[in-house]
Design a protein around this ligand. Structure first.
Ligand code: GDP
Ligand code: MG
Ligand code: ZN
Length: 277
């Protein structure tokens, strides 16, 4: 049988297959091979012995939190409280891009800002939309539901951005605690929290604060450009152009010409610095 691991607690691996949960254990071989089954893994298991026999190839895999096979991330971005930051938005997007996760930008707390400010944000969001990202607000419940269907999704973003509030709006049975401020979220609390995938509106959703500790030092500098999808439209004269110090760089020219958003390029330089050689 095949299924997806939806929960792991101590050595109990709950595998969901066609709507039924099985309490399985991984075969000993995995430990020898240093292969750690994670929540989100698609597995082949024996429904008699309840042993996981094989972890199927992963689309992506993360260690913090320990999950695999995330199809889509909703980046919950508040316009205020906590502050709006294009740099932080780019950081979330870049990490998802580098792991082959689909990105949807979801704006929140529009009701708390002036029309003028919202108009300014919307102008910037046109850019993000033009390079291929769906941009929604937390009022677009039907669109969001549609994008969850048949997918394994995660809601990421700053603490207080409105992730739990939105999940509750999408599915009132959820009753997640909301309004927790950052002081309540000490590191220790994160680490003790179990990762779990929940059935949610015909898809699976992971509500975890763990994705906030994103770090570019695990990536190679030369790969950072792939996190900026609009860069692929330009060809630099120097084949391995890093788009940093090279004199004739088409990316830098596009920034000067106003075709690439300056803040996007600044994010690129910042992540490039943070990445390893
Ligand atoms: N005014 C307003 N408040 C919101 C909105 N979304 C969330 N909140 C509030 O922001 C606070 C933090 O929300 P929460 O969902 O707990 O954020 P999380 O940390 O991302 O899960 C709560 O007090 C919510 O009621 C919104 O769109 N407008
Ligand atoms: Mg929350
Ligand atoms: Zn270049």
């Amino acid at each position: 049988m095949q299924g997806q691991i939806v929960k792991i607690s101590s050595n109990r691996h709950v595998v969901n297959s066609k709507g039924i949960n099985y309490n399985t254990i991984p075969r000993g071989k995995f430990r020898k091979e240093k292969l750690i089954p994670k929540v989100g893994d698609y597995v082949r298991f024996d429904d008699k012995s309840l042993v996981i026999e094989e972890i199927l190839p992963r689309k992506n895999t993360f260690n913090r939190p320990m999950v695999s096979n995330i199809d889509r991330a909703f980046i919950i971005t508040s316009l205020v409280n906590p502050f709006f930051s294009l740099g932080l938005l780019d950081k979330f997007i870049a990490h998802m891009e580098l792991n082959n996760v689909d990105v949807v930008i979801c704006l929140t707390k529009i009701d708390l800002v002036s029309d003028e400010y919202y108009e300014k944000i919307k102008e910037v969001m046109v850019y993000y939309n033009n390079i291929g990202y769906t941009v929604l607000t937390n009022n677009d419940l039907n669109e969001i539901k549609e994008l969850i269907k048949d997918k394994t999704v995660v809601f990421i973003g700053q603490t207080g951005a409105g992730k739990s509030t939105l999940l509750n709006k999408l599915n009132p049975n959820w009753n997640l605690k909301t309004g927790e401020v950052s002081i309540a979220l000490g590191r220790g609390r994160h680490t003790t929290r179990n990762v779990e995938l929940y059935d949610f509106l015909d898809g699976k959703v992971l509500d975890t604060p763990g994705f906030s500790a994103l770090d570019f030092s695990i990536y190679k500098k030369e790969d950072i450009k792939y996190a900026f999808r609009e860069f692929s439209s330009y060809t630099c004269p120097f084949r391995d152009c890093s788009h940093t110090r090279e004199a004739e760089c088409m990316i830098k020219k596009a920034v000067e010409d106003g075709k690439i958003l300056k803040s996007r390029y600044d994010s690129y330089l910042k992540f490039y610095e943070e990445a390893v050689k």
